[in-house]
Design a protein around this ligand. Structure first.
Ligand code: SF4
Length: 376
């Protein structure tokens, strides 16, 4: 089993919180699509022997591509890798890009999952974030997506924004879940250096949500999603039964994936590889038949730590038998001993051979994970 990620590094404008690699000049869009197809062909052996179960177009803004460009990229994936019978094919879509006929045409390309970047239903907060859409466009986009018969729809929300109240979050959740969305990704705002928000923070012009508000918001998020029948399967991700994102889950389960495009990362269980974060350099290199990337061989401890970091964020938790089989008894015992304290504090629980965070533990997941990382 394997995944394919395609990065479309263009945005009409940059949002205040975003640190993904993206540029606002999309004049190289056609050249990039050609380069992506070529990269798929140059790296067709990367997933040798693995069946592709998920394809994900992210960004940036993949909804800036025309449906025929998306179709060409999917065709390149089908021609160069080995898709399974019914791969999950997701495209991230911004509400303001849902133009007439777009979703229907996208569906014909084989796309069967849409991830809509709603972020909030509060126009004031949307403007503060620098989003290009408003709540009315979100409602229209959702109506069109469902009207076109795409039933596997995920919505993205951001919470913990400066000035955002718990009532604002509850309202965002209720408005989103009033639609038949099957999946929700809700991320707490993080302020990254190099972003507009990062600059405002340095200048003392941005007040982050305090810990108490953040914790209350996380509690409200979990409670409202649960009331609507959603499974909290990862710290920031919720889904109805049968709609857990296969693509995201494969990252957390250390399934190999190839990332095509500028700044895209790839993982083959032994190494990590990342392409240059520069559209022009990327296109020039690919045109010469070269892959502009760096590579890091992963040692056993690094892979183990990545497993701890990702699996503990999920409802499946750390599988101690897997640790013993894939790594060794020493790392197994290390985890058992270290987790004992958290189990006693009610932050973790052990179910048979699995270590899982409790709801309380999820609130301080980053701290617990940092403590569990091995440096033997
Ligand atoms: S959040 Fe999305 S739309 Fe906004 S700048 Fe980042 S990639 Fe572009």
């Amino acid at each position: 089993m394997a995944g394919v990620y395609i990065h479309i590094p263009f945005c009409k404008s940059l949002c205040g919180y975003c640190d993904f690699y993206s540029i606002t000049d999309n004049s190289l869009k056609a050249a990039l699509v050609q380069a992506l197809m070529r990269e798929a062909s140059l790296r067709s052996s990367y997933l040798e022997g693995e069946q592709v179960e998920t394809i994900y177009l992210g960004g940036g803004t993949p909804s800036l591509l025309e449906p025929d460009e998306t179709a060409a990229l999917l065709e390149a994936v089908r021609n160069n890798f080995s898709p399974g019978k019914n791969p999950e094919i997701t495209v991230e879509v911004n509400p303001d890009d849902v133009r007439d006929g777009y979703i229907g045409a996208l569906r014909k390309t084989g796309v069967n999952r849409i991830s809509l970047g709603l972020q909030s239903w509060n126009d004031k907060l949307l403007r503060y974030m620098g989003r290009r859409h408003d709540a009315a466009q979100s409602a229209r986009a959702l109506d069109i997506v469902f009207g076109e018969g795409i039933e596997n729809v995920s919505a993205d929300l951001i919470y913990g924004l400066p000035g955002m109240t718990i009532a604002d979050l509850r309202s965002d959740l209720e408005k989103t879940l009033a639609y038949p969305v099957k999946h929700l990704s809700a991320y707490h705002l993080t302020i990254e250096d190099g972003t507009r928000f990062g600059k405002l923070k340095k200048e003392g012009k941005l007040k982050e949500a305090d810990e108490e508000t953040s914790a209350s918001m996380f509690g409200v998020l979990g409670a409202v999603c649960q009331e609507h029948g959603f499974i909290h399967y990862e710290i920031s991700n919720f889904a109805l039964e049968g709609y857990i994102s296969r693509h995201n889950s494969s990252y957390w389960k250390q399934v190999p994936y190839i990332g095509l495009g500028p700044s895209a990362h790839s993982f083959d269980r032994r190494s990590r590889q990342w392409n240059v974060s520069d559209v022009k350099k990327y296109i020039r290199a690919i045109e010469k038949g070269e892959i502009p990337s760096e590579r890091e061989e992963l040692d056993r401890l690094t892979v183990f730590n990545e497993y701890v970091m990702t699996s503990l964020r999920t409802m499946w938790g750390i599988d101690l038998l897997h640790v013993e089989e894939m790594y060794d008894k020493e790392l197994h015992d290390y985890l058992v001993n270290l987790s004992d304290r958290y189990i006693r504090y009610g932050l973790m629980k052990r179910e048979k051979n699995t270590l899982i965070l409790t709801d309380q533990g999820k609130m301080i997941s980053d701290n617990i994970i940092a403590e569990l990382l091995a440096d033997l």
